[in-house]
Design a protein around this ligand. Sequence first.
Ligand SMILES: [Zn+2]
Length: 76
Amino acid sequence: MSPRAVYRHATPTIRHAPEGGVTHETFCVTAGCGDESGARGEQAAAQGWAPRRAGRTGHDVSRRFVTDHAEATRAE
Ligand SMILES: [Zn+2]
């Protein structure tokens, strides 16, 4: 009896890992400002400062980051 090779082909995947949570951050993009919200667990908390900041400084454009965690299957 000859040995039989078993070929497996699995497509590597990457998926959102809810256990890692989601982080929201907002950054002022006015040159030389550098103001930012810091990492927050809620979008409202991360961007709530932007309108108040815009009213005081005139810096009215922000960059928003939303990041999550991901779990990948192992490629063979
Ligand atoms: Zn600013």
